[in-house]
Design a protein around this ligand. Structure first.
Ligand code: UD1
Length: 423
């Protein structure tokens, strides 16, 4: 098992390229189950979640290769509609195969994703959407067993109580091959879903309202294979910008999409950092500022992403004064707080808020990653802390950040990956 050893206090400087977005490829990959043939997805990050989805798709019969950030997925010979526990337990996004399998093959057996590192993460909205489209769902032996009532799914109105990225993606992938019209209201409008809709359109799907909260779909009989260039990872970009802000650095990000980062940019500017950007390049200069406290409340896109909450909390922990960081998406996503406290942070949890009293300096210690974004916050804290910080269980960060230590090293950070027997 690997750990990071970070000697804090280095000012980050220089230029790095942002990788492709993990969460959007995780939605694009299962979409190939809707067609028969060879699909190519470029700008795919080399992160463990992508390998997990590849293994799952291979299990279903997809021929998959991944080379130089290019995924080639051939869906000609699908032999199975079962997503087993061994893959699904590693990654919730595996549930994305439910919609496409059901729409194309009339049946799917998908292991229930189970618990998560923080709080319950239900899939009721996914299942309700499938039922609306004409599926019969049974839960048996830890599996979702779904069958289409008729030969094909049938178009329907799907009104989501809560805006859900995963449930919108699943409903969309099911509706594109359903007979007739479907309308999804309160649909997620995250860039990852917008890109999925665009990918489906390039396969021949008929979808209107892309990028909005109402999606109108006219089902088609079949979809053809298609290629797509994946969008940049807005969460990786945001994490690197905060790394610069926390170390009083000055960095430039290339291959980024600043339009996906509006509120993160706003909050960084509110903290005093100077940002300059166009569509593909972003620069942040925090070298001459005395950072200010900035409260943050997470919300659905285009709000402040819950996937940046832990990193912002780490940032505010070294800005003297008080800040409140509230998560409205996941009410108990605070596993990083006790670990940040081990580094000297002064943070109290009050319901779904972290009340942060910024300290002058964090001090290096050994800390444990508990989930993907929590581990990113610990790395950021380690970069800003005095002395040496060891971040254990970094397999969490490897799920979603492509060799983050190499990017940080390129910016001048003193961070090393070390193989260890410690857990
Ligand atoms: C996706 C992202 C994840 C991000 C999250 C919120 C991927 C692979 N993952 O996760 O990184 O943190 O969006 O932006 O893209 N909910 C229900 N019932 C459901 C589904 C969701 O109640 O059936 C609730 C969740 O508990 C949560 C909210 O809806 O409170 C939003 O979750 P959702 O958007 O579904 O998250 P994911 O798609 O799992």
């Amino acid at each position: 098992m690997d750990k990071f050893v970070i000697k804090g206090g280095k000012v980050l400087k220089g230029t790095v390229e942002v990788s492709g977005a993990k969460n959007s490829v995780l939605a694009l990959m299962p979409a190939v189950l809707l067609n028969n043939g060879k699909n190519i997805i470029t700008n795919t990050p080399e992160v463990n979640d992508i390998y997990t989805m590849m293994k799952l798709l291979k299990q279903l019969g997809v021929e998959a290769t991944f080379d130089n950030h290019t995924l080639t997925l051939d869906s000609t010979n699908i032999m199975s509609q079962t997503a087993p526990y061994e893959h699904v337990k590693k990654m919730r996004a595996s549930v994305y195969v439910l919609g496409p399998l059901l729409a194309k093959y009339g049946k799917a057996k998908v292991s229930m994703p189970g618990g998560c590192a923080w709080g319950p993460r239900p899939i009721d909205l996914h299942l309700k959407a499938m039922e609306k489209l004409g599926a019969v769902i049974e839960l048996d032996g830890g599996y979702i067993i779904a069958k289409s009532r008729r030969k094909n799914l049938v178009g329907a109105r799907i009104n989501f109580d809560i805006s859900s990225v995963g449930a919108t993606g699943n409903a969309l992938m099911a509706a594109v091959l359903a007979k007739g019209e479907s309308i999804i209201t309160n649909a997620a409008a995250e860039p990852e879903i917008t890109q999925l809709a665009e990918y489906l359109i390039s396969m021949g799907a008929k979808i209107e309202g892309v990028g909005s909260n109402i999606l109108e779909i006219q089902g088609v009989d079949e979809l053809k294979p298609a290629d797509i260039e994946n969008i940049p990872d807005r969460i990786e970009a945001g994490t690197l910008l905060i790394a610069a802000a926390m170390t009083k650095g000055k960095i430039k990000l290339t291959k980024v999409n600043s339009k996906h980062l509006n509120l993160v940019i706003q909050k960084l500017e509110d903290s005093g950092a100077k940002l300059r950007y166009n569509n593909k390049i972003m620069e942040i200069d925090a070298s001459r500022i005395k950072p200010k406290n900035v409260d943050v409340t997470t919300s659905i896109y285009p709000g402040f992403p819950t996937d940046m909450q832990a990193q912002w909390t780490a940032f505010m922990s070294v800005v003297p004064g008080s800040s409140t960081i509230t998560d409205t998406i996941y009410l108990d996503r605070f596993k990083h707080i006790p670990e940040l406290t081990r580094l000297g942070a002064d943070i109290e949890i009050l319901r779904n808020s972290a009340i942060v009293k910024g300290v002058e300096m964090l001090k290096g210690a050994t800390v444990m990653s508990t989930d993907l974004r929590a581990s990113a916050s610990l790395v950021l804290a380690g970069l800003a802390a005095k002395g040496t910080t060891e971040v254990l269980r970094i397999y969490h960060i490897d799920r979603g950040y492509q060799r983050i230590e190499e990017k940080l090293q390129a910016l001048g950070a003193d961070i090393k990956r070390v193989n260890t027997k410690e857990f």
